[in-house]
Design a protein around this ligand. Structure first.
Ligand code: NBP
Length: 491
């Protein structure tokens, strides 16, 4: 029998799989492909893959037999049962040290489970975030692999060559243990929800507040794309706003204002609640999509609930638009600050060693949130790998200070107009809460102790005979309650 020629196998010949195969082929690797509906293999070989080194397989057995050892097989199939089904079909044909890679949008707890299960059988597992959609898969995605660390040396060359490159550096590095790759991809998607919501709010303010036309707004976004906001999503937005329907109307104005979602933003928000981290901007972005989905109810509400009388803007328009750019920039800094806080906490909870500079570097190119801004985050974490918060980094600290006055003016004006800015506003509320040495949680603690004997601690410097430092104290606030307190625990 001829010796195997395949550098890597790939299962799943839909849009992502086909494009990633063609990309890996361009980089000089021999890929062997397989698909549940086997006819798609021949179809692919006869069309898109014609004239390439790409090989096909008509069974799992044939796929495995064509791969060099250790065998590396990427799954790019629908997340969920399809991944488990292929893992169990592959297992009997694989040997110690072989690697199964899941490149789909799997939820990270599944990747934690799969890593443990496969490692217990002597196999290796990698759960890799793949971002950038069809275009990224074909020409260079952002790849975020995590799982069995022993797999990394074997897949590093193929992954880094296939990924997008920024300034000669690949947008791919080892993320961390077990489910870390899919976890980081989930947070990426959550941040993407936040970035998109911020842009949508800026559009709303420019359109309904200043009364600008889509073409004028597109020009503003194009200008912003040359400054601190330079990013794929800003560029894409300008293009969307300029796009006309056949009658010359901007197509975007004809799109139903009900946003869909596939779950990764929601997963991030749920994870933030579980981790006890105030990732408020992504949460608001998810809720804004939920509110948008209530279209019928909003129509009914719009007929019976009046907002403020709309007043024409009488200020300096140019200054206002510059303020809006700063508001968007500052809110974005807060969103990424929150996202990295969440990753830090989860890494602590799950014992992962996450490389934050590496994560920002992976997101700089190839993916939907790619931006110049991520280069600045890379620099911040390279300078201080254990950075507690982006707001403690000199560059970002100065940037939010500079943006602050305009950011506040924009939110104040939007509130007066009655234009909702959930993401801008929550970013500023977080900023004001985070920088506050004292927050009103003293009153919350008093309320909790009043109604439920939940106890409180004394503020340093305010100790006395009954307010003893370090003790859980209960006060009989009404003179009617007893002296028994509830047990203290953190939910
Ligand atoms: P799809 O998510 O549409 O999945 C299609 C593939 O899954 C086909 O190969 C199909 O086989 C296979 N499949 C399905 Br559906 N059910 C199966 C089952 N029960 N058992 C075995 N195979 C099954 O493809 P995609 O859009 O290329 O995405 C692939 C993965 O990459 C997904 O996890 C997706 O979330 C993720 N992703 C997608 C994008 C994007 O922009 N599309 C971006 C980033 C990540 P068949 O041909 O026999 O039906």
């Amino acid at each position: 029998m001829a010796s195997p020629v395949g550098d890597i196998g790939l299962i799943g010949l839909a849009v992502m799989g086909q494009n990633l195969i063609l990309n890996m082929n361009d980089k000089g690797f021999t890929v062997v492909c397989y698909n549940r509906t086997v006819a798609k293999v021949d179809n692919f070989l006869a069309n898109e893959a014609k004239g390439t080194k790409i090989q096909g397989a008509h069974s799992i057995e044939e796929l495995v037999s064509k791969l060099k050892r250790p065998r590396k097989i990427i799954l790019l199939v629908q997340a969920g049962p399809a991944v488990d089904s292929f893992i169990s079909q592959l297992e009997p044909h694989l040997e110690k040290g072989d690697i199964i890679i899941d490149g789909g949008n799997s939820h990270y707890p599944d990747s934690i489970r799969r890593t443990k299960e496969l490692e217990s059988k002597g196999l290796l597992f990698v759960g890799s975030g793949v971002s950038g959609g069809e275009e990224g898969a074909r020409h260079g995605p952002s790849l975020m692999p995590g799982g069995s660390p022993a797999a990394w040396p074997a897949i590093k060359e193929i992954f880094q060559a296939t990924a997008a490159q920024v300034n000669g550096e690949p947008c791919c590095d080892w993320v961390g243990e077990t489910g870390a790759g899919h976890y980081v991809k989930m947070v990426h998607n959550g941040i993407e929800y936040g970035d998109m919501q911020l842009i949508a709010e800026a559009y709303d303010i420019l359109k309904r507040g200043l009364g600008l036309h889509e073409d004028e707004i597109a020009t503003i976004f194009e200008r912003w794309n040359k400054g601190v906001l330079d990013s794929f999503l800003i560029e894409l937005t300008a293009n969307v706003l300029k796009f006309k329907d056949d009658d010359g109307e901007p197509l975007v104005t004809k799109i139903l204002d009900q946003a869909g979602q596939k779950g990764t933003g929601k997963w991030t928000a749920i994870n933030a609640l579980d981790a006890g981290m105030p990732v408020t901007l992504i949460g608001e972005a998810v809720f804004a999509r939920c509110l948008s989905a209530l279209k019928e109810e909003r129509i009914r509400a719009s007929k019976v609930i009046a907002g403020p009388q709309k007043e024409a803007f009488r200020g300096d328009k140019k200054q206002f638009i510059d303020d809006l750019e700063q508001a968007l920039y500052a809110s974005k800094i807060i969103s990424y600050t929150q996202g990295f806080m969440l990753m830090r906490q989860t890494a602590k909870d799950l014992g992962w060693n996450l490389n934050y500079a590496g994560i920002a570097r992976m997101w700089r190119g190839g993916c939907i949130i790619k931006s110049v801004f991520l280069g600045d985050i890379t620099a911040a974490y390279t300078k201080t790998p254990a950075l507690e918060s982006l707001l403690f980094d000199d560059f970002f600290n100065k940037a939010v200070h500079k943006a602050q006055p305009g950011w506040r003016r924009i939110i104040a004006q939007a509130v007066l107009w009655g234009i909702p800015t959930p993401a801008f506003s929550t970013a500023l509320a977080f900023f004001d809460g985070y920088r506050a040495e004292v927050v009103p949680a003293n009153l919350l603690q008093a309320q909790r102790d009043y109604f439920g004997a939940h106890t409180f601690r004394v503020m340093p410097g305010k100790e006395n005979e009954r307010l003893v430092a370090g003790k859980d104290i209960h006060i009989n606030w009404t003179g009617r309650g007893g002296n028994v307190s509830a047990s203290t625990y953190v939910a």
